[in-house]
Design a protein around this ligand. Structure first.
Ligand code: SF4
Length: 72
């Protein structure tokens, strides 16, 4: 799983930070999302999915990759 956040869209609602503080944080000045881990461990995947769905502005994108799919 690869996570990206769009700080241009982020409204600073903080849902993601409450849901998965290991992965998301908010900066002190503007309250906008900060990504702490771009490739979270598997035990966090479900929470990250939930956070992405709960974000009111769709600022969190989750990309799923098939491991080693490009390798021979
Ligand atoms: S839930 Fe969305 S809008 Fe709220 S802080 Fe996280 S990324 Fe920003």
């Amino acid at each position: 799983m690869r996570v990206t956040v769009n700080r241009e869209l982020c409204a600073g609602a903080g849902n993601c930070v409450v849901t998965v503080p290991e992965v998301f944080d908010q900066d002190d000045r503007e309250g906008l999302v900060l990504l702490q881990i771009a490739e979270p461990s598997e035990d966090l995947h479900e929470l990250v999915e939930t956070a992405a769905q709960m974000c009111p502005v769709g600022a969190i994108e989750v990309e799923h990759r098939v491991p080693h799919a490009m390798e021979k």
